[in-house]
Write a protein that binds this ligand. Structure first.
Ligand SMILES: [Zn+2]
Length: 297
C-alpha cells in the first residue's frame, strides 16, 4: 500500500467565489453536512488577481514583499514556495496547473512547445503538466493530475483549474454559465475525492480569488475577495475562524503543516500548532489506481 501520511493534494479552483461554492457545490457541501469536510471563508490578499495570488497561496508572502504585483509580471518567484520547501525536505512534488504556475516556480517565460510537460527532480515542481488555454477543460486538468499522482506518487500534488474563472470573465460571476462551471467541478471532485480520502491523502480545496457580477476581479469587494477553503484530514483550524474570514497568508503555512515541512521564515505560523516533522516515508511502490473521470454531461 502506498503510504499517504503527510501527503497533500491542494486543489485551487481559479475564480471560485465563496457564496457560489456554498450554494452550488452540492457534493462538497454534503461532506460538510456529514462532518467529513470543514469549510472556511478565506479573504484573499490584494490585489485579487490570479498571478499575485498564486504567489500568495504558495509562498505565504504579501504582494508588497514578493513583487508579483500584477498578472503581467512574468518571472520566477524570488520566495521560498511550498514546492521549494517540500523538495528541500526530500518530498516529491507535482502540479497540473495553468502555465503561470510554471512561470513562477519552474521556468519563465513559458514555452508551450517545450514546457507543456516537465520532469526534473532538481526543480521545485518535479513533475508538471501545464496548460495554456483558459478553456482547457477542467476534467482534463484533473485527469492530468491523476496521471501525475499515480505515475510519480507525489507527496505534494497541486491541481489548478481555470474554467470557473473563464466562465466568470465571459458571462459574469452571477451568470448561469459561471454557475454551471462551478457545478461541473463539484461533479469532478465527487469522482475523485472519495478515493483520495480513502487513500488517506490530506486535501485542501480553495480558490485564488472570486468574481463579481460584471466578470471582474482585482478589487476589494466580498464577491472578488471571499473564497472557500474545504479541508479534509486536518483539524488545524479553530472554529472561531468560521465567523471571521481566514487570511489567505495562512494557506501556505497550512500546506507546510499538512506536509510536515517547516514553514519558511517569511510565513506566518499564527493559528497553527507547533511544528512536528514528518515521519520518514515508507516506500512500497505505488499501487494507486487511476480514477476514471466520468462524463458530467
Ligand atoms: Zn481571472
Amino acid at each position: 500500500m502506498t503510504e499517504t501520511a503527510n501527503k497533500l493534494i491542494v486543489v485551487v479552483l481559479d475564480g471560485l467565489r465563496y457564496d457560489a461554492a456554498r450554494k452550488y457545490m452540492g457534493y462538497m457541501e454534503h461532506l460538510v453536512e456529514q462532518g467529513q469536510l470543514s469549510c472556511y471563508k478565506v479573504q484573499s490578499e490584494l490585489p485579487s488577481l490570479s498571478r499575485p495570488l498564486y504567489e500568495v497561496l504558495l509562498t505565504g508572502t504579501p504582494v508588497s514583499r514578493n513583487g508579483i504585483t500584477a498578472n503581467h509580471i512574468v518571472r520566477l518567484s524570488r520566495e521560498r514556495s511550498v514546492f521549494h520547501l517540500a523538495v528541500a525536505a526530500n518530498l516529491r512534488t507535482a502540479a497540473a496547473a495553468y502555465h503561470w504556475v510554471s512561470e513562477l516556480y519552474s521556468s519563465a517565460p513559458f514555452d508551450p512547445v517545450s514546457d507543456r510537460h516537465q520532469h526534473n527532480v532538481l526543480k521545485p515542481i518535479q513533475h508538471g503538466s501545464f496548460y495554456f488555454e483558459d478553456h482547457y477543460p477542467d476534467s482534463h486538468v484533473f485527469a492530468d493530475a491523476e496521471y501525475l499522482r499515480v505515475a510519480y506518487d507525489p507527496h505534494f500534488l497541486y491541481i489548478h483549474t481555470m474554467n470557473i474563472d473563464d466562465a466568470g470573465h465571459r458571462f459574469g460571476g452571477e451568470s448561469k454559465e459561471y454557475e454551471l462551471a462551478v457545478r461541473s467541478v463539484d461533479g469532478l471532485l465527487a469522482t475523485l475525492l472519495p478515493q483520495w480520502m480513502e487513500l488517506g491523502y490530506r486535501v485542501l480545496v480553495t480558490a485564488d480569488h472570486g468574481m463579481n457580477a460584471n466578470g471582474c476581479h482585482g478589487g476589494v469587494t466580498a464577491a472578488e475577495r471571499h473564497v472557500p477553503l474545504y479541508t479534509f484530514g486536518e483539524e488545524v483550524l479553530s472554529p472561531e475562524k468560521e465567523v471571521q474570514a481566514l487570511p489567505q497568508l495562512r494557506l501556505a503555512p497550512l500546506m507546510c503543516h499538512c506536509l510536515g515541512v517547516r514553514p519558511s521564515a517569511a510565513m506566518t505560523t499564527e493559528g497553527l500548532p507547533p511544528f512536528v516533522p514528518a515521519q520518514p516515508q515508507q516506500e512500497e511502490g505505488g499501487d494507486a489506481e487511476i480514477i476514471k473521470l466520468n462524463s458530467l454531461e
